[in-house]
Design a protein around this ligand. Structure first.
Ligand code: SAM
Length: 253
């Protein structure tokens, strides 16, 4: 008998098999408790569940000239106004530590790596990481970076990168595609923004572009009027992953 996946609730239509459906982010089991105050204004991580928004749907892409043909995309189920929170991005929140090579207070890597499982007793040693399992994920977003020199950094000598990875678990936001090759002339119609959940937790969100950020608006009254209507029913919701995201993937190709 196969074990049912530990979905938070019933997944929305077209949810792929093998991916856990989340209605809120989860913390990685290796996420240090001493970092929680940095991602939550009340010092606790107790996000409220957010159900699938009625404004979006997950759809398999069949268009022959779409660069992500055969994959899924996120689409507007109805009209979405400009400057609206469409959906928060859920996944597993994880931390990656990089030894600061420039500072004088650096701990040695071997010293820190020998402290597997002792995080409760010694909060200022980085947790053991065999390999960064999120490094190659195409669903990993940066949530927060903390420099080694910041006074709020509970791990002196290490730069900390906190990310949200939706490779194996997430919500419909994980299906948002990048506009490149899909709507090159119009650009994205949505963007990632840092936001706050109801219980004070930092979260990444997908918003429809406000009118002023739509690059087609400038000096063009006709397009500005069209952009003011936001994202039309049936349109694919498209963001920019950023040049860095594509640069890292195109290296050596
Ligand atoms: C976060 S996922 C987006 C959802 C994905 N299409 C799916 O069905 O799971 C990122 C992946 O989507 C694909 N993708 C997104 N935007 C793309 C684009 N403009 N051109 C080609 N592939 C794209 C790439 O395979 C990329 O690694």
């Amino acid at each position: 008998m196969t074990r049912a996946l530990a979905h938070d609730s019933n997944p929305p239509p077209n949810w792929p098999e093998g991916i856990i459906y989340l209605t809120k982010c989860r913390l990685s089991p290796t996420f240090p408790t001493s970092l929680i105050p940095l991602i939550s204004s009340n010092g606790r991580f107790l996000p409220r569940s957010i159900i699938h928004p009625s404004s979006v749907l997950i759809k398999r892409i069949d268009k022959v000239d779409h660069p992500a043909k055969g994959q899924n995309g996120l689409f507007a189920k109805g009209k979405i106004k400009p400057g609206i929170l469409i959906i928060p991005y859920f996944g597993i929140i994880h931390a990656t530590f990089t030894l600061d090579q420039s500072g004088s207070q650096s701990q040695s890597q071997s010293q820190s790596l020998s402290n597997s499982g002792k995080e409760g007793r010694d909060r200022n040693r980085v947790p053991y990481q065999d390999k960064d399992e999120h490094e190659d994920s195409d669903y990993d977003l940066s949530l927060l970076r903390i420099s080694a020199s910041e006074i709020t950094n509970p791990f002196p000598g290490y730069h900390i990168s906190i990310g949200i990875d939706a490779a194996h678990m997430g919500n419909a936001a994980r299906f948002v595609n990048d506009y490149r090759g899909i709507n090159d002339s119009g650009g994205p119609n949505a963007e990632f923004r840092l936001g706050k959940g109801e219980n004070g937790e930092l979260q990444m969100e997908i918003w429809s572009l406000p009118l002023k950020l739509n690059k087609k608006n400038r000096g063009n009254q006709v397009t500005a009027a069209a952009a003011a209507t936001g994202i039309s029913k049936g349109d694919e919701i498209l963001v920019s992953y950023g040049k860095g995201w594509w640069g890292a993937r195109n290296q050596g190709t």
